[in-house]
Design a protein around this ligand. Structure first.
Ligand SMILES: Cc1ncc(COP(=O)(O)O)c(C=O)c1O
Length: 368
């Protein structure tokens, strides 16, 4: 890991998120957001449809039933959980909970940690993962009061080793470690990689979990954090009175109950991701995928600009995430692709094949 001494960061660019252009009726195939292509689950849609009249009353401000269901789901106490209007709300709440201090962010990563810390007037240090495999490792946080990291990490798709992570967090009790596990439940072995079991014991640990990725509910907004009860109570006291809607509460409950959907998702991911990685790898001249351990793939482009490739794919009705100049510490031309269904992944690969082939023949024409 390397401390970035002079971060050249274009905040306007790095704080942009993915998402296909909307509003013109084009049926985009959206590889730019890391959502579950199998969702939203029918059970959640049914629960929402049959509960619409509930919007005529105020929601339970404490989301009691949902918090209890989450506590059972994770085998923790309800007072260790705070629900937010998406994990993004939790990220900003945590950043605001400290007076202005030095904070460390493990880069390249999800950009909202940086945005929240800058907005809360913290001084941000960027620690950048080295090497082509982007494998993150512990470092000395120095005078930082918070360390933000993502596991598995967006956009690199890499997992931390828990054997390194736990001793690192324990050996810095004065530093808060915020670990975003929003993409972990896509993996069938998520329990083996999660820090949730450590939350009761390790006081300087906060774990983030989103429900919008796994259950494809980004428009609904639903996420939560797990931390020790004192921390949860302090964060909760600064939240607005009704942080989430009655529909979000009901959708969250229905989603947690839908174990077959969760199992189907976990069974889908590994073969589809590995097949996509294999096919991308076959474009060895132009595309170098990072060995992802989750539901999206960062691809290092050779001899083609990410911006150009993005425009060319848009002409095929496919939207991808531009990663060049969008993530701190990511130098070079990069795109990020979500793993989708077999048919959709094949459409993407076919479009890439046709674009790269015609680019290559144009280059040959220019050479002749
Ligand atoms: C790592 C990570 N955490 C959190 C979020 C936001 O989650 P939510 O929709 O629950 O706010 C995202 C969204 O892309 C993300 O990539």
């Amino acid at each position: 890991m390397q401390l970035l001494r002079h971060a050249r960061v274009d905040l306007g660019q790095t704080w942009l998120h993915g998402g296909a252009p909307s509003g013109n009726g084009w049926p985009w195939l959206d590889f730019s957001t890391n959502l579950n292509p199998l969702g939203p689950p029918a059970s959640v849609l049914k629960a929402l449809r049959s509960s619409l009249s509930a919007i005529a009353r105020y929601p339970d401000p404490d989301s009691t039933v949902l918090v209890e269901a989450l506590a059972r789901h994770h085998r923790v106490e309800p007072n260790q959980i705070m629900i937010g209007n998406g994990v993004n709300e939790c990220i900003h709440a945590i950043a605001r909970s400290w007076p202005s201090s030095i904070v460390a962010i493990v880069q390249p990563t999800y950009t909202e940690y940086h945005r929240a810390c800058v907005n809360a007037r913290h001084r941000v240090q960027h620690w950048v993962t080295e090497g082509d495999d982007f494998q993150p490792t512990p470092f000395d946080p120095g005078r930082a009061r918070m360390v933000w990291l993502c596991n598995p990490n967006n956009p690199t798709g890499r997992l931390w080793s828990l054997g390194q992570l736990i001793p690192w967090i324990e050996s810095h009790p004065a530093v808060d470690f915020i670990v975003d596990e929003s993409f972990l439940p896509f993996r069938p072995d998520h329990l083996r990689h999660s820090l949730i079991r450590q939350v009761k014991r390790v006081e300087n640990l906060i774990v983030l979990r989103s429900l919008t990725k796994l259950f494809t509910l980004p428009g609904l907004r639903l996420g939560y954090l797990l931390a020790n009860p004192v921390r949860v109570a302090a964060l909760r006291s600064n939240q607005p009175w009704w942080p989430i809607s009655v529909l979000s509460q009901l959708a969250g409950l229905a989603a947690l109950k839908d174990k077959p959907f969760i199992q189907r998702t976990q069974a889908w991911l590994k073969p589809e991701r590995n097949l996509l990685l294999y096919k991308l790898d076959a474009f060895s001249g132009n595309l170098r995928p990072v060995l992802s351990q989750t539901n999206f793939v960062l691809v290092h482009l050779q001899g083609i600009s990410a911006q150009v490739l993005r425009y060319q794919l848009l002409r095929h009705g496919i939207c991808i995430r531009l990663a060049t100049n969008r993530f701190v510490g990511l130098e070079g031309e990069y795109i990020r692709l979500a793993v989708r269904t077999r048919k959709e992944n094949e459409q993407l690969v076919a479009a890439l094949r046709s674009i790269l082939k015609s680019n290559a023949s144009e280059t040959q024409d220019e050479v002749r």
